[in-house]
Design a protein around this ligand. Sequence first.
Ligand code: COA
Length: 172
Amino acid sequence: MKKALYPGTFDPLTLGHVDLIERSSGIFDGLILAIAVDTPKKTLFSVDERVSMAREVVAELSLKNVEVCSFKGLLIDFAQKRGTSLLIRGLRAYSDFEYEFQLALTNRKMAPDVETLFMMPKEVHSYVTSSMVREISRLGGDPAEFVPGPVLRALRRRFRAAGHGVRGRHAR
Ligand code: COA
């Protein structure tokens, strides 16, 4: 099986994303986790921070065939540059469908050879979103159930520095 590319903003990476990374890295020879610089979202973490958290997560899981990098510009151009035409996206609930449909078809219109493959994360992660994780952390809650260790530590540092504690049994 060939190499696939899993793009996203990953602000921050959640356990739902991690589930898809593990699943797809088990299916394909290689997986590129591609973290977007150009996103319409106002991000909490810089792209370098998002890349470094994701690299820590991948290293902790010993996923040897997963490469983490950032990309600028259009996703289809980056995919072409990296020699892959297979994009992975997560589909969690019906509410994801319209946005994912638009994204996949727009990419296909611009690059007909680029295929988007949808995967479903475990049900337990089907409701988790990065915005929820940011909101919980900002308001002093404990996002430990939703994010991997390196992300939890980064959230704790970020919100402690801003004067808000991230609470919970994992917070130190
Ligand atoms: N588990 C948990 N959450 C998931 C998930 C999963 N498996 N799959 C998606 N999500 C959630 C995320 O938490 C995130 O939540 P948020 O909106 O609350 O932050 C949301 O669904 C999607 O975020 P993410 O998975 O990070 O992807 P994205 O939709 O931000 O990615 C890009 C968009 C980067 C792929 C797109 O903007 C892009 O391609 N940019 C490059 C420029 C370009 O080519 N633009 C033209 C595209 S037509």
